[in-house]
Write a protein that binds this ligand. Structure first.
Ligand SMILES: [Zn+2]
Length: 222
């Protein structure tokens, strides 16, 4: 089974991807992994990626498409894959549809997980991270009070050290979150609609608990 998963930041895409690949025994492919993998293997493509990254540039569409082709041609993906983080634009989606045809592959389901912007802001703007164990927790789940120590590793039971251990990531402010949601709406959603011209798509309500969302996904993957 081949799946493309899409959704705005903070909608729980990573958590859902995790059980889907376990359950379906397919390979999780993220663009970050593809880039790192190509560099690590030292292939011609990997060398090109290294040059782009060393220059501090973003990997262009042509190179990205070559990398995806290379990844989807490897032996470990014959039983299926779940692609996460690609395509990000309508142009990439159209190119990707052509590539799949060439590779004689398809997409069994495009999953688009959605949630209202205000809900995502509430989730992400309330996120705090522990510097010691890197666990991420949500203030709304903790009654909107910053705990005096990390509930996961128990670190810093004295208040002064706890303040130093628990922090909010700079990209979890409301302004940056709203900007990322806008990029998703303007660029990535059109990619989903372009892919839908070729393959079946299911929109998933991302509201509710992880289990509730997982059940909705399981229903459409039947
Ligand atoms: Zn901790």
């Amino acid at each position: 089974m081949n799946i493309v998963i899409m959704g705005p930041p903070g909608v729980g895409k990573g958590t859902q991807s995790h059980w889907i690949v376990e359950d379906r025994k397919i390979v999780h492919i993220s663009t970050g992994d593809i880039l790192r993998g190509a560099i690590r293997r030292g292939t011609e493509l990997g060398k090109k990626v290294q040059v782009v990254m060393n220059a501090g540039d973003l990997v262009g569409d042509d190179l990205m498409m070559e990398l995806i082709r290379d990844r989807l041609s490897q032996d470990d993906v014959v039983d299926g894959w779940l692609l996460d983080g690609f395509p990000r634009t309508a142009f990439q989606a159209a190119e990707f549809a052509k590539l799949l045809k060439e590779l004689d592959q398809g997409i069994d389901k495009i999953l688009v997980i959605r949630a209202p912007a205000d809900e995502i802001v509430r989730r992400l703007a309330g996120r705090i991270t522990c510097r010691v164990c890197n666990e991420v927790m949500n203030l709304t789940g903790l009654g909107n009070v910053t705990p005096t120590y990390c509930p996961f590793c128990g670190n810093s039971k004295d208040e002064e050290r706890a303040k130093a251990a628990l922090y909010q990531r700079a990209d979890d402010t409301e302004e940056t979150i709203r900007h990322r949601l806008e990029v998703f709406r303007k660029k990535t959603l059109p990619a989903a609609w372009t892919l839908e011209e070729h393959f079946p798509l299911a929109e998933i309500d991302g509201l509710g608990t992880v289990d509730e969302v997982a059940h909705r996904i399981a229903d459409v993957l039947e």
